[in-house]
Design a protein around this ligand. Sequence first.
Ligand code: PGA
Length: 253
Amino acid sequence: MSRKKLLAGNWKMHKTNAELSAFFESFIAESKGSLSSIDILFALPFTLLQRAKELTQDQNITIAAQNIHHEQSGAFTGEVSIPMLRDIGVTATLIGHSERRQYFGETDESVAKKMLACLAGSITPVVCVGELKEEREQGKTNEVLTRQVEAFLSATRDLKDLIIAYEPVWAIGTGLTATSDQAQEAHAFIRGLVRKHHGELKAESIRILYGGSAKPDNIAELVSKPDVDGGLVGGASLKPSDFAAMAIICAGD
Ligand code: PGA
């Protein structure tokens, strides 16, 4: 089965609304016709979501949050719920990014709860997993991926359109990209876990993105691998020319 490539940008805690408008003006002009043959997603700070929806309404661009709370509403100061995202037309969110696991106490359990809330609320979850440097060095990559991925895969019988992002923590923001062989190996392993829990059809249709210092000069090699269905891009998604170049490369693959 051929899976449509997905290039996703993760802006983390960057940019104002004025910078957002300037970005989209350049990005849409520079990515030319490529937007019709791949899917594009931007995971943005909450303050940019509404304006981003307006700016991209005629484009094949999904606007996503970077986190959600699993409850619908309640006394959770500082949090944002799925109905609140739906209220402004947002249809996707990242979940369990390694920075949220590292700095904000996200666990495999909270990630599974958030995924279930997304599936129930018709929000597409982009669930992030990946091993630390020490875990790779100790040969524990598959063990860590199994724990992280099975925590959410085993929480439901119906995955709908969930997306998985494999982001080795040692490659995020470090300039150290996984080799395309390392990425392929991890992606095939994760797809095998999807197959085990949800069967062949789901395993073949689910998209698995690579993240960690992906940029214009390494994305072609990464997405040439059979199980790498696109990228989740931090730093290089902040520059319209870099991200547009990556979109054009992914569209041509
Ligand atoms: P990076 O970030 O591309 O800057 O390494 C990726 C991510 O954290 O999603």
